[in-house]
Write a protein that binds this ligand. Structure first.
Ligand SMILES: NC(=O)c1ccc[n+]([C@@H]2O[C@H](COP(=O)([O-])OP(=O)(O)OC[C@H]3O[C@@H](n4cnc5c(N)ncnc54)[C@H](OP(=O)(O)O)[C@@H]3O)[C@@H](O)[C@H]2O)c1
Length: 233
């Protein structure tokens, strides 16, 4: 029955990973599909049993503010799947680009989470942050992206420490390359072909989200690292 469903908010629901997470939760949750593409979100929501949309541009909270829909007084699950990638050397990337990457990958995540914390605390909910294995290195040409994801890691770990006493549990998922629009763009900047069979499927990252949710009540998966099976010979 729709009224008894737990509530999940998916940020970046129109993306490759966000959509796979939404599809996998649609039968069990009341979904709030969040992102900046209102038309796409509406279409997605209409095709799901119990879903609505929340239009929010993570890059421009100073214009619109984070206006949490009034219905979101209790949030069982918040999944952060939005993100942007930019490739350039430190020498060539202008400050504006650094700010754009951090606006979406860090500050937008912080602001949305902060505004949803009352609802998360009310439901003793979970926050799942899709990060990246890029945090394990300092790759040339990807400094802004990697730095934003490092900062996101610290944010999620601090949130975990601060909110555990309030019953809110936080998990970071660190995937390697995933076959989505973002990876297609990454490969373009690398000058290489898009080879989805060599990357994780977005559904595989979604399955990590579902594993976190199905952990026994006394166990908290704090981190989840996923790599594609394909290895260069
Ligand atoms: N793909 C990979 O290889 C890979 C690997 C490791 C980690 N990740 C991480 O996984 C997450 C999901 O990425 P993905 O692969 O699913 O990429 P994707 O298909 O490009 O999806 C990105 C999502 O972020 C949303 N977004 C971008 N800018 C936004 C903004 N200003 N406000 C609101 N939403 C915004 C996009 O919305 P629009 O539809 O409006 O553009 C889209 O829904 C990201 O955090 C990414 O860094 C990806």
């Amino acid at each position: 029955m729709a009224g008894h469903r737990p509530v999940a908010v998916i940020i970046g629901a129109t993306g490759g990973i966000g959509r796979a997470v939404a599809d996998g939760l649609a039968d069990r949750y009341t979904l709030w599909l969040a992102g900046r593409d209102e038309a796409a979100l509406k279409t997605m929501a209409a095709a799901m049993p119990d879903a609505c949309h929340w239009t929010i541009d993570l890059a421009a909270p100073e214009d619109t503010g984070v206006v949490v829909p009034g219905e979101l007084t209790s949030v069982d699950l918040l999944v952060h799947c939005a993100g942007v990638f930019e490739r350039d050397t430190i020498h060539d990337m202008p400050e504006r680009k650094w700010r754009e990457v951090f606006a979406v990958n860090l500050f937008g995540v912080v602001e949305v989470t902060r505004n949803l914390l009352p609802g998360l605390r009310a439901a003793q909910g979970r926050v799942i942050v899709v990060n990246s294995t890029v945090v394990t290195g300092a790759p040339a040409g990807r400094a802004a992206y990697a730095a934003s994801k490092q900062a996101l890691r610290v944010f999620a770990e601090a949130l975990h420490t601060e909110e555990l006493g309030n019953g809110v549990r936080v998990t970071s998922i660190y995937p390697g390359r995933v076959a989505t629009g973002m990876q297609r763009a990454v490969r373009r900047t690398e000058g290489g072909p898009f080879q989805p069979d060599r990357y994780l499927a977005p559904e595989s990252v979604a399955s990590a989200v579902f594993s976190v949710l199905s952990a026994p009540p006394d166990a908290h998966l704090t981190e989840f690292v996923l790599q594609p099976v394909w290895h260069r010979e």
